[in-house]
Every structure is written in structure tokens, then in C-alpha cells.
Ligand binder design. Sequence first.
Ligand code: AMP
Length: 398
Amino acid sequence: MKYINEIDIKGKRVLCRFDFNVPLDENLHITDDRRIKAALPTINYALDEDAQVIVMAHLGRPKGKVVDSLSLKPLAKRLSRLLGKEVVLAKDCIGDDVKTLIQNMKSGCVIMLENLRFHREETENDDDFARELAGYVDVYVDDAFGNAHRAHASNVGITKFAKVCCAGFLMKRELNYFGTTLEDPLRPFVAIIGGSKISGKLEALANLIKRVDKMIIGGGMAFTFLKAMGHEVGTSLVEDNLIKTARQSIKIAKERGVKLYLPVDCVIAEKADPKVVTKIVPIQEIDPNWMGLDIGPASIALFREALSDAKTIMWNGPMGVFEIDAFSMGTFSLVHAVAQSHALTIVGGGDTDVAVHRTGESDYITYISTGGGASLELLEGKKLPAVEALNRAEKRMK
Ligand code: AMP
């Protein structure tokens, strides 16, 4: 597929899909605008080329209905401030009014279409809806990496009807960091996998184990592995149905010479609550009625040492229930260790991204993905539907 800088967009009408699904507070103020900022290189490039830029995005899950609190109004306002120019918010994303608005726009102007998901046809990948969107413009640009694992009308269906299709600069960065690094990493290549359950990251684990030199496993999922190794883990999060799978992963790691690191101690409590009494114990000494909610200091030291010679580190998932201070030390210490390493460091979106920002270390991480779900699918070795659609469109255009 082609990227926006490989296509002639001079003076053309360009429709760009972004992932602007940002968090809002109860007064509908944006609490984190990083996803909007991540779109600026593509929009600025198009404006520098005197293109007419039409922005489309979704917010939340309105499920095909107009929900006032999910209007893109705050997003248009913020984008306008970041660009230093007016961003006109259309009343809808399809229909005659939108068509007229777009037909009358001048070069260098920016229009934002209203929430795509106010129409259920968007998530249903409806052809007529996609055709109408594509009909507005000369060039379609997909820069919505965070949505690339979904097959919707504005990122997959539209590629069947748009005259010219390409991807934006954010998509390029994300695919380079995940795709290229996974294919040809500088070694030692270390993966850190954490989070609540193995079930959510089973495929990523299986794919990574084939590629890495070391694998560090923390978070809730570590307890299924520890149980598979014969430890008593109290009431820690364990997926009993996956104990066999965990055993298999340990075997595969051994066969491939992959060094597997699991916690050697943990912070335990009777429940995940900010006010509970906590204890730090070796894995061998978890009380039967207590649960492991963070990795302990010995595990932090072990993981830090395992990371010390890494040339590439990929991380997805926290080491503990970091949302609660008492169980946050493991995750935050590991963020510092990753940030201080001399490796290429890539962090998946979602919770790990939140943890990195909470520590103030984000400037010291090589790349933090804007798409938790999409980056996880790349770690799983899957192809993203939106990228596949752009590739198909490119073949057709040739
Ligand atoms: P995931 O969405 O699978 O990446 O999981 C992230 C969640 O895992 C976070 O909200 C953490 O609170 C949670 N988590 C991390 N460690 C544990 C643990 N030991 N027990 C229960 N939940 C955990």
C-alpha cells in the first residue's frame, strides 16, 4: 500500500480517517488528547499540499443513534486549537448538507464530519454508507491505527469505492515499529507480557515465544504459569483451563532456548482494595486465602537484570493492579527499567501506556502505540483488516 507522501494530493479533496476516540470527563472536556496530536503530521502535510481536508472519526459507542454527549464537538474544538485554524464540524457524516458543505470548501480548509458511529452502517461495514463517504473526495487516507483491527465502513468498506487510497504517517510509524521490529529485531529481544489473564494474550504469547530471546511474564497471568509449575498461589487470578497451555508454553520456550522469567516474589493481600493489609512474600509462601496483586522487589531486581543487555524490548500489560498505589510499584519500577535501558523500546497501548505516562517516562520510551487492540493483534502475528483493505485497493489501482 502507499502512504500519503507517495500520492499526489496537491489541491485535492482528501478524506482522512483518524482514531480520535479520546477520554472525556463529565463536563465533556478532553482529558487526554494524545490521539488527536498523533494525527497532526498527516493533517499538516495535507494542508501544506493545499489540500482540502475532511476529517472523520468516531467517539464512544453510540450504537447507531445520535447521542449528544458523544458529539465530536470537543474534538473539533481541540483540533482547531492544535492546528491554529478553524475546523468546521458538519452536522452529520453523510447526507446532502454534508455534501454541499464539502463541495463549497476551499483549499487549506478543514471540515470534521460528525461521529461516524451515529450510523449503525459504520460498524456494519455497509457498502452504501461507505460509497457515500468515498464519493465526497479525490483521495482517501487511513491514519486510524487504533481502529485498524476492526472492519468498518470508514476504514475497510470505503477502500472498495474511493478513487485513490493510501495510509497516513501514524499508520506508517505503528506498522514500522511493530511489523519491522517483530520480523527483524536487534537481539537480545525481550518481550514483557503482563495484564490480567492469559486468555486475552494467548496468541501474542505463542507468536512472541517464536521470536524473542527472553520473555518476562508478570501480572495476573503469571499465576497460571506459577500454578502450572506446581506452586500454590492462594486466591490469585488463575485460569485453570489454561494450566496445560501454560505448561506447553514453558516447554516450547525451553525447546527454543527462550529464557522465561516469572515472578519470584509478590505483593499479596486478601483482596484488591486500596485499604487492605499487604505483605511481600516469596512465591513459595503465598497464604491460601490471599492473592498476588503485584510483583515483589526480588522480581523487580530479577526482571531489571534480564533487561540489562536487551537491544529490543516490547511490552504489553502491567505487572500488577497498578491502578491501586499499594500494587503499583512493580509496574512503575519496570517502566523506569525499560526507560533507562539502551534498547529500542516499544510499548503497546492501553494500560501499559497509562502506566508509562503516570511515571513521567514517556519521553524515554522509543515508541508508545496509540492502539492497544490493534498493536496486540500485530503481536499476535495477525494481519489488520484495514491494512489488508488498503493493500487490496492498491492492487486494484495498479
Ligand atoms: P489487560 O487488559 O489484560 O492488559 O489487563 C490489565 C489489567 O490487569 C489491569 O487493570 C490490572 O489491574 C490487572 N492486573 C494486573 N496484575 C493483576 C493481578 N496480579 N491480579 C489481578 N489483576 C491484575
